[in-house]
Ligand binder design. Structure first.
Ligand SMILES: Cc1cc2nc3c(=O)[nH]c(=O)nc-3n(C[C@H](O)[C@H](O)[C@H](O)COP(=O)(O)O)c2cc1C
Length: 192
């Protein structure tokens, strides 16, 4: 009986997981709205975090404590060629994927069907499992202010970067947010 009682919280957690699918939240190596996206993610319940290799590096550059993030939630880093956590998408663990912020690099790969990183792979697998994705693209205007580790700088996204965001809008099971407000609204609407 004591043994059962000790097991109970874990069983309950597993049952809850089975009943309520979670949100997979991916971050890429973007400084643009990085802090805001992390705050928003932590306000959502039942979230697991997926990080591109560049995201792991960029987080430290912005003074964000990756260790404490990993202590607070399940984090998957990009350490395997086959992106092994993608299997979770096939077993009903997730009912939506949020990629926020999404670099122009990740957007370009997704648009051309490339799935060779953890984040591009989970986007591809989410699509193949008909799980909706919400993508907050960084490069959305020809002239933008963005946050570098040492302060605000101007960036001028190229035509190809802007075109890829438009191309992504046409993808099945994909919503593209080009402002942070829109991202918040979509998340509210799709939160169960
Ligand atoms: C400090 C820093 C900030 C960056 N911010 C951005 C950004 O806002 N948008 C972007 O598209 N790339 C940005 N990059 C470049 C990406 O990290 C780089 O293209 C990387 O290869 C992206 O890999 P990923 O798409 O797999 O995360 C930044 C790089 C550094 C070092």
């Amino acid at each position: 009986m004591g043994h059962l009682q000790a097991q109970f919280p874990r069983i309950l957690r597993t049952m809850k997981r089975a009943i309520k699918p979670r949100t997979a939240w991916a971050i890429t190596g973007s400084g643009h709205y990085l802090r805001e996206c992390l705050d928003l993610m932590q306000r959502c319940s039942d979230v697991d975090l997926f990080m591109s290799k560049a995201a792991s590096e960029v987080l430290s550059m912005y003074g964000i404590d990756v260790k404490s993030l990993r202590e607070r939630m399940t984090c998957f880093r990009d350490t395997t060629a086959s992106a092994s956590p993608v299997g979770l998408f096939y077993h009903g663990h997730y009912d939506r994927l949020v990629i926020a912020p999404a670099t122009s690099n990740t957007v370009a790969k997704m648009v051309w069907g490339v799935a060779d990183t953890l984040v591009t792979n989970i986007y591809a697998q989410a699509g193949k499992c008909r799980i909706p994705s919400i993508v907050f693209a960084c490069d959305t205007e020809p002239v933008m202010e963005t946050e570098a580790p040492d302060g605000t700088v101007m960036v001028y996204p190229r035509k190809i970067d802007l075109e890829n965001v438009e191309r992504l809008r046409c993808f099945e099971f994909t919503r593209v947010a080009t402002t942070f407000d829109t991202l918040e609204q979509i998340l509210e609407r799709t939160d169960q």
